[in-house]
Design a protein around this ligand. Structure first.
Ligand SMILES: C[S@@+](CC[C@H](N)C(=O)[O-])C[C@H]1O[C@@H](n2cnc3c(N)ncnc32)[C@H](O)[C@@H]1O
Length: 233
């Protein structure tokens, strides 16, 4: 996949279809993925800054979900900054590993396309490099779910790889599994967030750090408008 420097390459999605068993794929690579990324924030000042700003905006306002949490380091970073965070991930193997690595965090199994959470129940959602695994046509559904579970005024922060089309990797992490990822342009994500009813606050990009896969990185932040509350009164 595009986050793995060793094995990423661009291809069109083949006849086997889009991420035929993504949960199993992440079950297989979970430990290798964690070895590469669990401490990555130590080397990513820009990402820390984005997360610090997100934390400042939602602290004390309610629960925050780290969606597609993987090994849980993004949620853990936010919890260490005083947020009431829980993680959600599609892969049972990742969920087990995230629980092991972060005994203080609640980690649940779930799918961002159909979240088992009540409407308007969260103060914030952070999703770093997880929307990328959705086939493009499924992105609106996941963003609609994020908008649904956010309370009016709630905040969202997304991170993803900038680009057009898709990326694919075979034998990812040497584990005999392949993976697909969708690249989004900032303009496309702005449109998708708007269509989901989210007000885009800011879309920032940065070049890759020299140890990262060489895609431009995008950070899209927004809120669920307070008007959503008025519509329900
Ligand atoms: C590239 S990893 C990102 C993990 C972590 N957020 C990070 O920044 O390193 C993508 C994660 O999203 C999860 N994921 C992919 N599709 C998902 C879905 N539909 N619902 C929930 N989690 C999903 C995967 O299982 C995986 O752990």
């Amino acid at each position: 996949m595009v986050r793995s420097q060793a094995s990423a390459r661009r291809l069109t999605v083949g006849e086997r279809g889009w991420n035929p068993d993504l949960a199993r794929t992440y079950d297989r690579v979970a430990r290798a993925y964690a070895e590469q990324y669990f401490t990555e924030l130590e080397r990513k000042p820009f990402d820390r800054q984005m997360l610090d700003r997100f934390a400042a905006g939602v602290r004390g306002r309610g629960r925050v979900m780290d969606l597609g949490c993987g090994p849980g380091h993004i949620g853990r970073y936010l919890a260490e900054r005083g947020l009431d965070v829980f993680g959600v991930d599609l892969s049972p193997g990742m969920v087990a590993l995230a629980r092991e690595l972060n005994p203080g965090l609640r980690i649940e199994h779930g799918d961002m396309r159909a979240l088992a959470l009540p409407d308007a129940s969260l103060a914030g959602v952070v999703a770093f490099y997880s929307l990328i695994h959705l086939e493009r046509a499924s992105a609106p559904r996941a963003l609609a779910e994020i908008a649904r579970v956010l309370a009016p005024g709630g905040a969202v922060l997304l991170a993803f790889h900038e680009g057009e089309g898709e990326a694919h990797a075979d034998d990812w992490f040497g584990q005999g599994v392949s993976v697909d990822a969708t690249l989004f342009s900032p303009e496309e994500m702005r449109r998708l967030m708007g269509q989901a009813g989210l007000a885009v606050a800011e879309i920032l990009t940065r070049p890759p750090y020299d140890f990262e896969y060489p895609t431009q990185r995008v950070y899209a932040s927004g809120t669920k408008p307070l008007a959503a509350l008025q519509g329900r009164m």
